[in-house]
Design a protein around this ligand. Structure first.
Ligand code: FAD
Length: 507
């Protein structure tokens, strides 16, 4: 399917997997290698697999990851197993190896920002789990994270506090506390870092790219290169109780008995793809409640190193929260030594602003901050890379985050399948019974949203559900879901979100 001119106009397949990222490729591998379903086709808009696991070569030599970079939480994290299986070069990322700066330069050892970090990472963070348990036991509703911080005694009013909470919170969630759910943050933290048995974060520095976690899985499927269509952008997805018809921008029509849509929450929200019929209200409203956050890494390669030999630098801006606050040094032994690459991360509003500036304007801001940190004499960069994830119609942001008050039922509505005659009946429809269009992707994972493991587990589970339907067991899906959930998502112990149900359906 990769050579031009040889694609038939109408293609029939049993399962169309829409998207060749972690979720889509995991589903393909599970169907083929575990469930004996080999009649499927993966449809991908880009020229390669990986989706949001993407690298670029700087100076044709140094691979940097513009998308996912860390295996977050090692232990039982399936991504850690894949990274080891495919020999992905990675190294322990020491999140405490930091130099602190502000607009007057180095803050010295034990300066104001470092003191606030110690407070945030210590007593404040430690109080979250207990607070969540109290909320749960007393039936208190979810709040936003800003309220939770206040309750823990953190007011976040000084520049040093802004920098500390940005590093500890926004730099992971890609959104500020006020946008984020307290419950889902705690739940996600427990799931990703505590339950897996090892909370370390390892940083991928493989010259072949971290995308090998996706490519490696595809290579395990016999004949995968015959089951993938690259450079085909899906434009419409028409679904009913008897199948799904997909049309691409190049006019290729794929008639599938079942389809799995793995496009990001941002793609679904922007309506880049037309669904026919449009989503029922219970699903449209759940999708609109997702946040598609943005985490933008801006890379610069310099003629020589002028920064400290720590893995990280934190900059405290006196005026603006989150303004070029976190910097990373990859010219460190075990990372990419000799690269002379230093990079900054912007999130949320700061990232949106940079996306709308020209590269030259971004570079001017970037250098102005660096000069206040390291002095006026530092050189300009030789190479400069500014990814624009929010503007990219294949992603529309970087990963999902959940706002306060979203219920577990709404999570489930995001991933609930469509196609049966009961689609428009909220809260009463049983799963299965004709469902043809299924959903997967990091944003459909209740516990691991935002992470590669969320995409992985969602692909695994969707493959099992679709196989059940193919094997005429669709009505058994609820039972199967419980089984799959044991593979997919270990049960949530706390905190369970105790809020009135809204359009509760399924699972
Ligand atoms: C900057 C950044 C940093 C991150 N950091 C980490 C990290 O350190 N650790 C971690 O675990 N996770 C991280 N993540 C999250 C992780 O990358 C995602 O959770 C995961 O890759 C999502 O996989 P997916 O299969 O759900 O979606 P995607 O990877 O988005 O896959 C969907 C696929 O669909 C394709 N597509 C979209 N629209 C169309 C269309 N119309 N037609 C055809 N194809 C289409 C896309 O090209 C893509 O290949 C990061 C993400 C980003 C962007």
């Amino acid at each position: 399917y990769t050579s031009s001119g040889s694609i038939p106009k109408v293609i029939k397949t049993k399962v169309a997997i829409l998207g060749g990222g972690m979720a889509g490729v995991t589903a393909a591998k599970t169907l083929a290698n575990d469930l004996n379903i080999t009649d499927f086709l993966v449809i991908e808009a880009r020229h390669e697999l990986g989706g949001r696991v993407q690298n670029v070569l700087i100076n044709n030599k140094y691979s940097v990851e513009i998308g996912a970079n860390w295996v977050q939480g090692l232990g039982t994290n399936p991504i850690w197993a894949l990274a080891q299986k495919y020999g992905i070069k990675n190294i322990y990322s020491n999140w405490t190896d930091i130099s602190y700066f502000d607009h007057k330069g180095w803050q010295g050892v034990g300066g104001p920002t470092e003191k606030q970090i110690d407070r945030f990472d210590g007593p404040i963070f430690d109080s979250f789990a207990e607070m969540a348990k109290i909320n749960n036991a007393t039936g208190l509703a979810d709040t936003d994270m800003r309220s939770a911080l206040r309750r823990a005694g953190w007011l976040g009013e000084s520049p040093a506090e802004w920098a500390a909470e940005y590093l500890a919170f926004d730099w992971e969630q890609a959104e500020p506390p006020v946008y984020s759910s307290f419950y889902h943050f705690v739940q996600s933290y427990v799931a990703n870092f505590e339950e897996v048995g090892n909370s370390d974060n390892n940083f991928a520095v493989d010259p072949r790219g971290f995308k090998q976690v996706v490519w490696g899985q595809a290579k395990e499927v016999r004949g995968f290169d015959k089951k993938i269509m690259y450079n085909q952008t899906v434009k419409t997805i028409k679904y009913s109780g008897s199948g799904v018809t997909i049309t691409t921008a190049k006019g290729v029509v794929i008639e599938a008995e079942y389809a799995l849509c793995t496009f990001s929450a941002g793609v679904l929200q922007h309506k880049d793809v037309q669904f026919v019929p449009p989503f029922p209200d219970w699903k449209a409203s759940a999708i609109s409640q997702l946040h598609m956050a943005t985490y933008t890494k801006i890379f610069a390669r310099f003629p020589h190193i002028f920064w400290n030999n720590t893995q990280f630098a934190v900059y405290t801006d006196p005026r603006e929260r989150g303004y070029y606050a976190v910097w990373q040094n990859i010219d460190v032994e075990g990372f990419v030594p000799g690269s002379k690459i230093f990079f900054a991360t912007l999130t949320s509003d700061q990232a949106y602003r940079a996306e709308h500036q020209t590269d030259k304007e971004v570079q001017a801001d970037f250098m102005q901050v660096l000069r206040s940190m390291y002095g006026p004499d530092i050189p300009d960069p030789i190479d400069f890379v500014v990814p624009r994830w929010t503007q990219n119609p294949l992603f529309r942001g970087t990963y999902s985050n959940w706002g306060a008050g979203v219920t577990v039922e709404q999570f489930d509505n995001v991933r609930a399948p469509l196609g049966s005659k009961n689609d428009n009946i909220s809260s009463t429809k049983q799963p299965g019974g004709g469902d043809r269009l299924w959903f997967a992707g990091e944003h459909t994972s209740r516990k691991y949203f935002g992470f590669l493991q969320g995409a992985y587990y969602s692909g695994l589970a969707a493959a099992h559900h679709i196989a059940d339907c193919i094997n005429h067991n669709c009505f058994e899906s609820r039972r199967t879901v419980q089984i799959v959930q044991q593979i997919e998502e270990p049960p949530i112990e706390y905190p369970v979100v105790k809020i009135a149900k809204q359009n509760g359906r399924r699972w």
